[in-house]
Design a protein around this ligand. Sequence first.
Ligand code: FAD
Ligand code: NAD
Length: 478
Amino acid sequence: MSEKYDVVVIGAGPAGYVASIKAAQLGFKTACVEQWLDEKGKVQLGGTCLNVGCIPSKALLDSSHKYAEARDGLEIHGISVKKPTIDVPLMLARKQTIVDQLTGGIAGLFKHNGVTAISGKGKVLVGAKVEVTNAAGEVMEIEADKIIVAAGSLPVNIPPAPIDNEYIIDSTGALELTDVPGRLGVIGAGVIGLELGSVWRRLGSEVVMLEALDTFLPMMDIQIAKETGKILKKQGLDIRLGARVTKAEVKKGKVEVTYSTAEGEHTESFDKLIVAVGRKPHSEGLFATDSGLTLDERGYIYVNEYCETEAPNVYAVGDVVRGPMLAHKGSEEGVMVVERIAGKQAQMNYDCIPSVIYTHPEIAAVGKTEQELKADGVEYKIGVFPFAASGRALAANDSEGMVKLIAHAETDRILGCHIVGPSAADLVQQVVIAMEFGSSAEDLALTVFSHPALSEAVHEAALAVDGQAIHIANRKKR
Ligand code: FAD
Ligand code: NAD
């Protein structure tokens, strides 16, 4: 007889492991099926985020930022240091220690909460059963009252630049380079391209980014994207828009890339080429054809607003379903699903999911952009505050960028916030909380902020919505 669980989760990334822990906390007998193995053949928890995504990329961003600061950013403080050197293998080892610590931490949390980790590839069968095939090819079936699919996503490959894991690499390969490439090509100036391009640029690579679109960061607020473009260009990221790669060939230890723009065809030679053109849902081979699950036109598992699939008692969360591919979005969906299984009235507020690009300075956003509001015909007002007028930012010699707050023209309700600047990830969270409580810009303006703090820029942007900021010239006649 196969083992029976209340809840079986497929995938132990941030969507799946959080759902598993939450389910166990709520008293459900829970198993989590994961196919990722460590080098010793043991099940590896944490998914893309902990193993090859959010965490290792941020570890390298932090290391490379410190190196760049030591090289370029200390003299102004009156500090002189010997020319710094970088030991890339040591930097990678530090990154791996953090990954191991966190993935091991999930294993500990599973144990503490009584979640059973099952090693193998899971497949949803009809009648809320899961077939698990382990690395040795052995197949077993487990029964569940409820199944949560959290199988995540995979990098998109493009035919002109097939990954060879040596010269032409994806984001995982870009986290493992043991030497700083002299010339680094990046296809795609999106989130991964900008973050990993920044890492290697800071360490000394000449970085050329080839972006197919004519617009830089089109999903970002147009003013913030423009400001970001200027800042990153100053840092030496050579971002070429409207560039379509047609061929990438390895020749004599170099990658020769051919691409076309409105001006014609061009060729560039690189030591390494990162392909970062998006990610796709990991939905292939995940369910039997008679299981009742369906895919939408883009290959995502079809779900409604509560992450219910078309098969009874089967839910899907995280990157494998529609919505932004962000770790926190998947985790919150996992929690919502489990709470609903437990009979609570949980729901997600998809209008209030923050997103961040961890360049320096960071770029962070929540809610509507100005161009979206314009397109929707919504009347709005804007408050902008530059970090150049923030005492704390100047004290830190980190004063590039701005906070932009958008509020409804009549109700004053906050509709969006867009930041490029120091600690933007943490600053935007203050506005996320305000938006969750349905705050107006005036509510934020009436709040006391510590001085001197970067968050004063959020306060001043809220004041500026009504022309009342103190530390910039914006006075509205009353
Ligand atoms: P995943 O993390 O992909 O986990 C899915 C898991 O399911 C995997 O462990 C996989 O092995 C397992 N699995 C798949 N199919 C099966 C099966 N059939 N049986 C058993 N197991 C299976 N997001 C952020 O919010 N912030 C960031 O800073 C950030 N940085 C990133 C940096 C990089 C380089 C990359 C690549 C991504 C980054 N992301 C970031 C995106 C983030 O990693 C994903 O949004 C997040 O990991 C999705 O979580 P998930 O649980 O849905 O899927
Ligand atoms: P992306 O969608 O952010 O960027 C891909 C870029 O590649 C786009 O600008 C696109 O126009 C361009 N592109 C596509 N095909 C191309 C081609 N043939 N030639 C040139 N350019 C091309 O995707 P990504 O950077 O690969 O990231 C994947 C996902 O991972 C994102 O959805 C993101 O949400 C998530 N992620 C998040 C973070 C974060 O939250 N900080 C970090 C990394 C990744």
